[in-house]
Design a protein around this ligand. Structure first.
Ligand code: FA5
Length: 346
């Protein structure tokens, strides 16, 4: 076959393809034309390509060059026809995907739980009164939870019905009188002991954290709650200072109109001891206990009670939070109902 005849066949094919593709009016017809001209098996371009083998070898490079040009020209004519018919079947423009006139979606912002907000607030107030912040473990031994706090073996506070004693790998059931029996701490007063065991005197600390008691839940009780423990040990610390600190704290946190009442009470680790009430909703509500550190506690830790004196207090964080936010039922704090919690924006 001569080069000229081959080129004529190619040009004829290109003309035919262009004419058909210029007038194609549907995607179905376009697909038929694609198969007809460039189909992998029986496309017309394939048939012309086969003719190349019959061309004299010296003209084959020119024939190949022309063949490629025509094949590319048919390919781009197919693409233009496809675009003219709407960009093929699947192409959708970004403008079609996004409707900028729709209202935006407001992102859901989290916020701090009211108890977390309260803890931060209490730390802030007590920090300004010169107290530094310490922490202690929630799983305790009976030494820190009872013995060192002068709570004797037969004291009802150690009863298994009033505490969450733990089973450990070595023991299924702990005898509550064992020094190494473990329990979920029932009060943050454990931290008083841990601090006096490890830190040099004088000291002025608070510790905020969870405590656990098998109390039946009601409006003011929950089996897990938080306490703020305070401890001030120095030379000549007095009961008058204890009362001043608690009054200052109450007015800073609850407002200058808050009424504070101290009632004589008993705790094994303080002497004398008081209970602290604040006036709320036409009622006196007990917020915590306090007192002067009992000399027996100092002695258990090897501290000279003739030289050092101190006061300690433990306040219920939930009850403070409830007083400030006007929450009447402690259980609402732990229902995890975001409709309720969202009211207390931080
Ligand atoms: C104590 O826990 C003592 N450790 C406080 C103390 C510390 C006295 C230092 C002296 C020196 P009490 O058991 O009264 O005391 O608890 C203190 C406060 O925790 C209570 O006044 C109350 O506000 C809160 N509280 C007690 N039980 C619950 C409970 N089940 N749910 C919520 N708050 C509670």
């Amino acid at each position: 076959m001569s080069l000229q005849n081959f080129v004529d066949s190619l040009d004829g094919l290109l003309n035919e393809a262009k004419q058909s593709l210029d007038s194609v009016a549907s995607s179905e017809h376009l697909e038929e034309l694609r198969v007809k001209f460039v189909g992998a098996k029986n496309g017309a371009i394939k048939a012309v390509q086969k003719l190349m083998g019959a061309i004299e070898s010296e003209h084959r490079p020119a024939a190949g060059k022309r063949f490629n040009e025509v094949r590319d020209a048919i390919q781009s004519a197919l693409e233009s026809a496809s675009e003219r018919l709407g960009g093929g079947s699947q192409k959708i423009s970004n403008e079609q995907l996004v409707d900028p006139t729709l209202p935006g979606i407001r992102p859901v912002l989290g916020q701090l739980h009211p108890i977390t907000q309260t803890i931060e607030h209490l730390k802030d107030i007590m920090g300004r009164l010169g107290f530094s912040i310490t922490e202690g473990p929630e799983i305790e031994d009976t030494w820190h939870n009872f013995m060192a706090l002068n709570i004797p073996e037969d004291h009802p506070a150690r009863d298994p019905l009033d505490n969450f004693y733990l089973a450990t790998a070595s023991k299924q059931m702990h005898n509550p009188t064992d020094r190494d029996a473990m329990l979920l701490r029932s009060q943050t007063s454990t931290v008083q002991i841990r601090v006096m065991e490890t830190q040099p005197l004088p000291l002025r600390i608070i510790s905020l954290g969870r405590v656990y008691r098998p109390d039946a839940p009601d409006a003011t009780h929950f089996p897990m709650f938080h306490q703020m423990e305070g401890l001030w040990v120095d030379k000549n610390v007095t009961m008058a200072q204890l009362k001043s600190v608690l009054r200052l704290f109450a007015t800073s946190y609850l407002g200058s109109d808050v009424k504070v009442r101290f009632r004589p009470s008993f705790f094994p680790f303080t002497e004398p001891s008081v209970e602290v009430d604040y006036w709320w909703n036409n009622n006196w509500i007990e917020f915590g206990g306090a007192g002067m550190v009992d000399p027996n506690v100092f002695q258990a830790l090897g501290i000279d009670s003739e030289k050092w004196s101190g006061f300690a207090f433990g306040l219920g964080v939930e009850r403070l939070c409830m007083r400030r936010f006007g929450i009447v039922d402690i259980r609402d704090l732990y229902r995890s109902d975001v409709r309720f919690l969202r009211q207390f924006a931080s």
